[in-house]
Design a protein around this ligand. Structure first.
Ligand SMILES: [Zn+2]
Length: 100
């Protein structure tokens, strides 16, 4: 599995955990669904793909300002829970793209 696909899985899991705990929906609520679509879309278009290393220097950041705040909240909540299931390396790109 390549890096971007791995990151997609991670972000999907994170949003699901976040929505479950905050919005108490059986399925993703509209807001979280939108955020997930956005995040997956951005990851697909990431121009540096497999070779990407420095998100904060990327001229086309994965997340725009508004969504960045949402993603950040999701990561702050779900991130620590994810570390038990996924290697930390999988989170590095996600974190740097949300912080950058
Ligand atoms: Zn939700």
């Amino acid at each position: 599995m390549n890096r971007i696909e791995n990151e997609k899985r991670v972000i999907v899991c994170m949003i699901r955990i976040y929505c479950l705990k905050h919005h108490h929906q059986e399925r993703l609520c509209d807001e979280c669904q939108q955020l997930q679509n956005y995040a997956l879309n951005r990851l697909s278009r990431c121009r540096y793909g497999e070779n990407k290393s420095f998100c904060n220097k990327c001229p086309t950041p994965c997340y725009q300002k508004t969504h960045k705040d949402q993603i950040r909240r999701v990561m702050a909540f779900s991130g620590p829970k994810m570390l038990f299931h996924h290697p930390i390396i999988a989170l590095k790109h996600l974190l740097s793209s949300a912080m950058g």
